[in-house]
Design a binder for this molecule. Structure first.
Ligand SMILES: *Cc1c(COP(=O)(O)O)cnc(C)c1O
Length: 436
């Protein structure tokens, strides 16, 4: 059954010397490409912030699918929307309309418009959404980033008058925007980039957090500045206060689009609907993904200025699955959860607790703590081991977290986590650091 019977005789799941965890890991290592290096936890079930392994062990999820699970595992409202939609219509393609599409776009537009202080309507209920925002749904985060880049280039040629083929986009050092060839072309992480060339040209990299460097990089060919309002993959790097406002001001003055990659930082994570809200900044395009799919299906979108979104006409961009009925139903449930601000407030309140507790570990095994809402990047004293060593020990104690670079660990629990559970996770971390 498994592969070629002449070379693959033993099914590890039938091997009595292997426990269920080891059997599943053996299967994965034998048949799946090794493009990840997972910790030895095999999830079987989950609810809220808690995951159960195939061995029956329980784990507190402090990664939340890199923020794809902001509302926890299997949130009842999201599951109900998905189930209802599964029973009605799951796919039709964009060759036709369907009854979730317009509503999803309108409701997401409403959520975005509510973050715009200039917007006349603070309502985030579909029908009343400000026509000042339009939406283009896709599936994965990388596709949404690609969409924003395509829109920005086309806008540059057709609206700004940049000579065709010469558009440039300013990006930040340390960025993470996904894995396509164009996106890794402007990554400075050798693992993400090396040996995937020839690369896409037209990108200029400046240091992150330095608004002056953005201004200096802009010239007549510049169509956009693409930034993460908080850099997630880089280790939850929070830019200096005022950076986003200054970049926004520069972009407006110079007639350049601001593209905010909110895929990981947005949708409640930082204590506000969008991370740009922390500085009252409205980008020309929000790039959304991860939590927009409610932990159920991949859903991403670009949302923003109709002046930009209107540059694509029929046939000029698309996706077979983008905006499908199931994705839209799930996306509507997610937007619904963010409408009254309660998850955002919860992220902010729990984030304060997390920040205080982590700061207390500075000098006690931690050498750096950066937080934004319920999101933390912590630097472990390298003398205590690598980030991976610490995460392995945490997993043994029932806490799921992931190292990012070297000795940095990212903590991004679901926003539904109970405060007592969050504090228990920090207790485990404190113990691990104290006993190494
Ligand atoms: C995860 C992520 C992406 C890519 O999303 P995928 O769904 O993995 O393609 C892009 N930008 C940021 C900031 C991310 O965190």
């Amino acid at each position: 059954m498994l592969g070629d019977p002449t070379t693959r005789t033993a099914d590890p799941t039938l091997d009595p010397t292997l426990d269920p965890t080891a059997a599943q890991i053996t299967l994965a290592e034998r048949y799946a490409a090794h493009n990840y290096h997972p910790l030895p936890v095999v999830a079987a079930e989950a609810e809220g912030a808690w995951v159960t392994g195939v061995d029956g062990r329980r784990y507190l999820d402090c990664l939340a699918g890199y923020s794809a699970l902001n509302f926890g595992h299997r949130h009842p409202a999201i599951l109900a929307a998905a189930r209802e939609q599964l029973d009605r219509l799951t796919l039709i393609s964009r060759a036709f309309h369907h009854d979730q599409f317009g509503a999803f776009c309108a409701e997401l537009a409403g959520l975005v418009a509510a973050s715009n202080p200039m917007s006349s309507t603070g309502s985030v209920t579909g029908a009343e959404a400000s026509p000042g925002v339009m939406v283009l749904p896709m599936n994965t985060g990388a596709e949404a980033v690609e969409t924003a880049l395509k829109l920005a280039r086309k806008w540059g040629y057709e609206r700004k008058g940049v000579p065709d083929g010469q558009a440039t986009i300013v990006v930040a050092a340390g960025n993470f925007h996904g894995r396509t060839i164009t996106i890794v072309s402007f990554s400075d992480d050798p693992d993400a980039r090396d040996h995937y060339g020839p690369y896409t040209s037209g990108f200029v990299t400046v240091p992150y957090g330095d608004a002056g460097a953005v201004a200096d990089a802009i010239d007549d060919t510049t169509v956009a500045v693409l930034i993460e309002p908080v850099q997630g993959e880089a280790g939850v790097i929070v830019p200096p206060e005022g950076y986003l406002r200054e970049v926004r001001r520069t972009c407006t003055e110079r007639g350049v689009l601001l593209l905010a990659d909110e895929i990981q930082a947005g949708l409640g994570r930082t204590g506000t609907t969008f991370a740009c809200d922390r500085e009252g900044v409205v980008p020309d395009l929000y790039i959304l993904g991860k939590a927009l799919g409610g932990g159920v299906v991949p859903v991403s979108a670009v949302a923003g200025s109709p002046d930009v979104l209107s540059v694509v006409r029929p046939g000029q961009h698309g996706s077979t699955f983008g905006g499908n009925p199931l994705a839209c139903a799930v996306g509507r449930a997610v937007v619904g959860l963010l409408t009254d601000g309660s998850y955002q407030r919860r992220a902010a309140a729990l984030g304060t607790v997390l920040t205080e507790r982590l700061n207390a570990l500075l000098g006690k095994g931690l050498v750096g703590v950066r937080t934004a809402g319920l999101w933390a990047g912590i630097d472990v004293d390298p003398a205590l081991g690598t980030g991976r060593d610490i995460c392995s020990t945490l997993a043994e104690r029932g806490v799921l977290a992931k190292d990012t670079h070297g000795s940095t660990i990212r903590l991004a629990p679901p926003l539904v986590i109970e405060q007592a559970d969050l504090e228990w996770a920090v207790d485990q971390l404190a113990d691990v650091l104290a006993t190494r």
